[in-house]
Design a protein around this ligand. Structure first.
Ligand SMILES: C[S@@+](CC[C@H](N)C(=O)[O-])C[C@H]1O[C@@H](n2cnc3c(N)ncnc32)[C@H](O)[C@@H]1O
Length: 264
């Protein structure tokens, strides 16, 4: 980005920062190899209530993430996943971690670790916080993925989070097992949760269970996200209504979020 003083006045403010953030986001999405991952700025804005210029500035940091994104893509290719339906908003959650200066983050559902890697990237940049991930992995039976197998299964010789670069794993607490068993005990250990992402077992009952389990640890300004809500009926909208929060949809997808109301 050119030094601010050399920019025409109309470009030197938030608009310019946002534009450079958009281009860094596009570049990172190309390096990761997933077009859907271009950040959705209005979604980030509504969930974090941050000024556009600040969102642009943190997305601009993704300029430095191109090598990491390439490494994740290459790890997927080496594991036989040239493309699959991995988490579609990795840069949005990076921005959320940065903008909230998140402390404790909890997610259910890891698979190769696209969402985990980007939570961890944000925490690393913040220099604080921890990601707690729960995953009950399934395993691919043969060297080639069978036509009836889910691509979220672990390829032979891999473990949950297998595509997460080693440089990001420092503040990662991975617990393997069912969220129904592990989430209640994890939540007991935490005083509050800044961000919760549901991306594990997508059933209405399980989503309701997970949301009600983390509810006591949410604070005003915490963000709650759930993917694949086309499969979970009214579970997320019902929870949002009980908090008095609007459901904020990412583009036209079924990845949704809410910001816990109230001032921090
Ligand atoms: C859609 S994938 C997660 C994708 C991941 N968030 C990403 O960024 O690509 C869902 C993961 O949740 C795991 N899972 C399924 N049921 C679960 C349960 N009851 N508790 C915890 N994990 C579960 C699956 O085995 C799989 O690894």
């Amino acid at each position: 980005m050119p030094p601010r003083s050399f920019l025409p006045a109309r470009l030197a403010g938030p608009r310019w920062t946002t534009m450079s953030g958009v281009s860094a986001g596009r570049q990172a999405a190309r390096a990761l190899g997933d077009r859907r991952s271009v950040p959705d700025i209005p979604w980030i804005e509504r969930l974090t209530e941050s000024p556009l210029g600040t969102i642009g500035r943190v997305l601009g940091e993704l300029e430095n993430a191109v090598e990491i994104e390439r490494a994740i893509r290459e790890a997927h290719q080496a594991g036989g996943r040239s493309f699959y339906a991995q988490f579609r908003a990795p840069f949005d959650i990076y921005a959320m971690v940065r903008l909230l200066r998140a402390g404790e983050i909890v997610e259910t559902g890891v698979s190769s670790g696209v969402s985990s890697a980007h939570f961890l990237l944000g925490l690393k940049r913040n220099g604080r916080g921890r990601l707690h991930s729960i995953d009950l992995p399934t395993r691919q039976a043969k060297p080639e993925l069978g036509t009836r197998e889910s691509p979220v299964a672990l390829p032979p010789g891999r473990e949950s989070g297998w595509a997460i670069p080693a440089s990001l794993r420092r503040n990662w607490d991975l617990r393997q097992g069912r969220s129904q068993r592990l989430l209640p005990e994890l939540v007991q250990e935490l005083s509050e949760v800044s961000i919760f992402l549901h991306d594990g077992e997508h059933t209405p009952d399980n989503l309701t269970f997970e949301l009600e389990t983390v509810r006591p640890r949410l604070r005003p300004g915490s963000i709650v996200l759930a993917d694949n809500t086309a499969w979970t009926g009214q579970a997320f909208p019902r929870f949002a209504r009980s908090l008095g929060a609007p459901v904020v949809r990412r583009r036209r997808s079924d990845l949704v979020g809410l910001r816990v109301p109230g001032s921090k």
